[in-house]
Design a protein around this ligand. Structure first.
Ligand code: ATP
Ligand code: MG
Length: 257
C-alpha cells in the first residue's frame, strides 16, 4: 500500500501567505481524531510545515536511502508528516524546475516509508501549484480540495482561478475557507474587521461549493500556531472534516467524489 491509496486532500489557494499551511495543520489535527491521517508538504521550494509544527530536521533514512516520515502528536494521535524541509538547510534556496518538483512529489508519495493504512493525506500546497496539482493527480487515486482565501479581491480572484484549475484537473472542490477576515483585539476585546465574509462566501456560492466559514485573525496563529489551531479553529476544522467524510461516503457509494 502507498500513500497514493489514501484520499488526498489538497489545501490550496493560488495565492501565497493566506493560511494554507495553518489550515492544513488544523484539518490534519481534526481528521487525526477521526482516523489514520498523514500530512505531506507539497511546498517543495519553500517548505514551512516543519517550522509551523516545531519539528526538527533529524529524519531517519533506510538502507536504500528512503526517508521515514516524522511523527507529530495531534492531541494524542500520531500523524506521520513528511516535508522537503526535513532535508533543505535553512537559508539555502531550493530552485528546482517544475519537472524536479513533480519528481520530488512522486518520491514523497511512493518512496517515503509511510505506514500502511493511512485513510486521509492532508496535502499542504505551494502558492504556485501547477506542478503540485499535476503530481497529486498522477499519484493519488482519489483527490479532493479546499481553497483558502482572505477577503481581498486579489485573493478571491486567485481562488476563483484555482477552483477552475482543480476542476479541469478532475479534482472535486469540497469548500472555500476564509482566513484572517475578522478577529478580536487580544488587548481590549474589540471586534476587528479586516474585510467582509461576503467576497469569499459569494465566490463559493457562484462556483457551487460550500462556504465552510472563516478562521479568525489572532496573533497566536503566528506566535503559537499549534495552540491557536487547537484552541481558536475548532468549528471550521470540524466542518471541513465533516465535508471530507461526506465526500468519502459519496465516493464509496458511487465510485467517484
Ligand atoms: N488566522 C490567522 N491569524 C493570524 N495570523 C495568521 C492566521 N493564519 C495564518 N497566519 C499567519 O500568516 C502567515 C502565513 O500563513 P501560512 O504559512 O499558513 O500561509 P500559506 O498560505 O501556507 O503561505 P505560503 O503561500 O507561503 O505557503 C503565517 O505567519 C501564519 O502564522
Ligand atoms: Mg504554506
Amino acid at each position: 500500500m502507498s500513500l497514493g491509496d489514501a484520499l488526498g486532500l489538497l489545501v490550496s489557494s493560488g495565492k501565497g501567505g493566506v493560511g494554507k499551511s495553518i489550515i492544513s495543520i488544523g484539518l490534519a489535527d481534526e481528521l487525526a481524531q477521526r482516523g489514520p491521517t498523514a500530512m505531506l508538504d507539497l511546498d517543495t521550494r519553500s517548505p514551512n510545515l516543519p517550522y509551523l509544527l516545531g519539528m526538527s530536521r533529524d529524519v531517519r533514512i533506510d538502507a536504500a536511502g528512503n526517508p521515514f516520515p516524522k511523527v507529530h502528536d495531534f492531541r494524542g494521535h500520531a500523524v506521520p508528516v513528511y516535508s522537503n524541509g526535513f532535508l533543505a538547510e535553512d537559508g539555502v534556496p531550493v530552485t528546482m524546475p517544475g519537472e524536479e518538483v513533480r519528481s520530488a512529489i512522486a518520491g514523497a508519495v511512493v518512496a517515503v516509508r509511510w505506514p500502511d493504512g493511512i485513510r486521509w493525506a492532508v496535502l499542504d500546497v505551494d502558492p504556485a501549484p501547477g506542478d503540485s496539482i499535476a503530481a497529486s493527480v498522477q499519484w493519488f487515486r482519489r483527490l479532493a480540495a479546499f481553497v483558502v482565501t482572505a477577503s481581498d479581491v486579489s485573493s478571491v480572484q486567485d481562488c476563483d482561478r484555482m477552483i477552475s484549475a482543480l476542476r479541469e484537473a478532475g479534482v472535486s472542490v469540497l469548500g472555500v475557507v476564509g482566513n484572517m477576515i475578522r478577529g478580536t483585539c487580544p488587548h481590549c476585546g474589540a471586534a476587528i474587521a479586516y474585510g467582509e465574509e461576503g467576497p469569499a462566501s459569494d465566490l463559493a456560492r457562484r462556483r457551487g461549493v460550500r462556504y465552510v466559514g472563516s478562521l479568525p485573525w489572532h496573533p497566536d496563529f503566528r506566535n503559537r500556531p499549534l495552540w491557536a489551531v487547537e484552541n481558536l479553529g475548532g468549528a471550521v476544522f470540524r466542518d471541513m472534516a465533516d465535508l471530507v467524510e461526506e465526500a468519502e461516503r459519496r465516493w464509496n457509494r458511487s465510485g467517484g467524489a
